[in-house]
Design a protein around this ligand. Sequence first.
Ligand SMILES: *Cc1c(COP(=O)(O)O)cnc(C)c1O
Length: 430
Amino acid sequence: MDTEIFETTESQVRSYCRSWPTVFTGASGSIMTDEQGKEYIDFFAGAGALNYGHNNPKLRSELIDYLTSDGLVHSLDMMTPAKREFLQTFKELILEPRNLDYKILFPGPTGTNTVETALKLARKVTGRQHILSFTNAFHGMTLGSLSVTGNSMKRQGAGMPLTNSSKIPYDDYFDGETPDFLWLERVLEDSGSGVDKPAAIIVETVQGEGGLSAARAEWLQELRRLTSHHDILLIVDDVQAGCGRTGTFFSFEEAGITPDIVCVSKSISGYGMPMALTLFKPELDVWTPGEHNGTFRGNNPAFVTATAALRHYWSNDDFEKGHLAQVIDTLQDALMKIAVEVEGTTVKGRGLLTGLYFEDPEIASKVAAVGFENGILVETSGPQDEVLKLMPAMTIELDVLQRGLHILAECVSEVTKQDISLVLPEPANA
Ligand SMILES: *Cc1c(COP(=O)(O)O)cnc(C)c1O
């Protein structure tokens, strides 16, 4: 296997290829293939950018038709039919049924672009500089996003002070010993607290990179109440948890809250193509034309696959209540069964943004490494990589999911030296 050019010429900053040291040649659905012809079951799904699997044929055929018809590929923010159809479809199938009245801004094509846009807009609207974010949060790698990110290794990459933000404890940070918002309430009401009133609070409903803690619905509701009461904008970063990953299109639907600003990216194009959205309440639409812009905001092929994904999977609740719910049940059931058998293990997260926490922080990385040998791709999450992270595609076939889960159980068993008998119900589609 020829990997020399990557090692000699590509920057040492590369990371995923170190966990999975092979050259991948193809992928279909939830199966990836490498140059040796070895197959892997993908429990990583492009870090959440491939919620509909690799090369989903329903989306691909529309993409190919679009490309061969000489449709525009690049168009800045000019008007195109592809963009019109995306806006109409997103409004009709996603926003209106959920009673969400948002304006849509296309920032640059990545997650950190939508986070930067949200922070910048919140500051512009309120005239305040400070942003609050949460312990173990992850919001991206550019300076503004890094300033609201928790991880110290990632923050050190900035090479300059990351200012104008403070961290507050995420749900259950003190294991229930301290009332959730004690500190926040106190500092907001105390003019001597020294904490500047923030423009916004940014939150992930499930912390994708920071260890898969999932906020409770009551906690999110209380956060919404507090921010409304104090006239602080609430930003939900749904870059990883959104687009169906937690079981509903937006991850905050379960809590019934309406954020002021929502950041969407990773799986919004449905096909792994770069695309992002910043959604916000109409009264926040204050920028003058061109005050915020960028070259790659109109990725038309991504609009085409995004529209196709919404039409095929979200035009009614068949997919959400059917296959997606079944995949979630199967995965959660298996993780629970493994956790019961291995001491010091708990299930973290929600929906398909979930995983196993091990008391011994070395176990998750070892299981991921053994998993690679045995043909499953699983990542780790958390400040010490202490959580084994499972995020299969929402469209994964139930028999493939079960095959992967049996391999996973064997890998956990091999690393922890504990017998695990994982009996799963017969998959309905086998
Ligand atoms: C991945 C991620 C980002 C950053 O997205 P990029 O496309 O990598 O810039 C921001 N927020 C969350 C919650 C993410 O998971």
